[in-house]
Design a protein around this ligand. Structure first.
Ligand code: ADP
Ligand code: C5P
Ligand code: MG
Length: 240
């Protein structure tokens, strides 16, 4: 099944669902699908580790540490969406803003297109090892990405109690300027994480492709665990 077919099926599903007034319109979906898709990467062209965990579990913090030691490119789906949201002239800015504020998952076509383009530009610069942070957040994203972009090697999953994540997010919210670091949005994001993102973790776990770690510890202690998991999966500091 080609990229276009998957996108089309996904759009039919979306269009069939009840949509909020700010959700993407049918014509906008067609517009995304009509843009030329780059061909999918071969498994040896891109080494992908998904990085998942609840909001505030420390994904971004740990990825920043990994890239200093391992020569991976760090692509945060949330960061790419926020950049697109703020890009002058983006036709999806308002749509992305409304999904992020309510903690909902942005339609997969947008996020996958942003990730694929970002991966291609890293490959063009000579990096083909990727930490894909905060993705896939929903089963459709997981299946479409693995089918049309490249299969992941494994998932690093950060386990963290909600109370700890809440405290971290409220603290981050003092300076982050993010529209979703407030108590209302955080509650919604926790619910979406349990209902929509945990099935993704369980899906990969059933396939034996999840490395779980506890992250309710100081940053450096968590990082030591991350390094051990990477080593267990044959990822060496000089990997590139
Ligand atoms: P995520 O990307 O998973 O949402 P972040 O990496 O942005 O999480 O971390 C959320 C907040 O918690 C940030 O303010 C960060 O500085 C802080 N933080 C991250 N890891 C830890 C940790 N192990 N201990 C204490 N605070 C942390
Ligand atoms: O990962 P991060 O916390 O930066 O994500 C912020 C928001 O971006 C999510 O709550 C969600 O609205 C959106 N997002 C998404 N799909 C992803 C990643 C993020 O819709 N794969
Ligand atoms: Mg993050």
């Amino acid at each position: 099944m080609g990229v276009g077919t998957v996108g089309f099926l996904a759009s039919l599903k979306l269009v069939g669902e009840k949509r909020n007034k700010n959700e993407i319109s049918e014509s906008e979906l067609k517009e995304i699908q009509s843009k030329p898709n780059r061909s999918a990467f071969k498994p040896d062209e891109a080494f992908v580790i998904f990085v998942l965990g609840g909001p505030g579990s420390g994904k971004g913090t740990q990825c920043s540490k990994i890239v200093k030691d391992y020569n991976f490119a760090h692509l945060s789906a949330g960061d790419l969406l926020r950049a697109e949201q703020n890009r002058e002239g983006s036709e999806y800015g308002d749509l992305i803003r409304s999904y992020i504020k309510s903690g909902q998952i942005v339609p997969q076509e947008i996020t996958i297109a942003l990730l694929k383009n970002a991966m291609q530009s890293e490959i063009d610069k000579g990096t083909n090892h990727f930490l894909i942070d905060g993705f896939p957040r929903k089963m459709d994203q997981a299946l479409t990405f693995e089918e049309t972009v490249v299969p992941s090697k494994f998932t690093l999953f950060f386990e963290c109690p909600e109370t700890v994540m809440l405290e971290r997010l409220m603290s981050r919210g003092k300076t982050s300027g993010r529209d979703d670091d407030n108590i209302d949005s955080i509650r919604k994001r926790f619910r979406v994480f349990i209902d929509q993102s945990m099935p993704v973790v369980n899906y990969f776990d059933n396939a034996g492709k999840v490395a779980k770690l506890q992250c309710d510890e100081p940053v450096d202690a968590v990082y030591a665990r991350v390094q051990k998991k990477l080593e267990d999966h044959g990822v060496k500091p000089e990997s590139k």
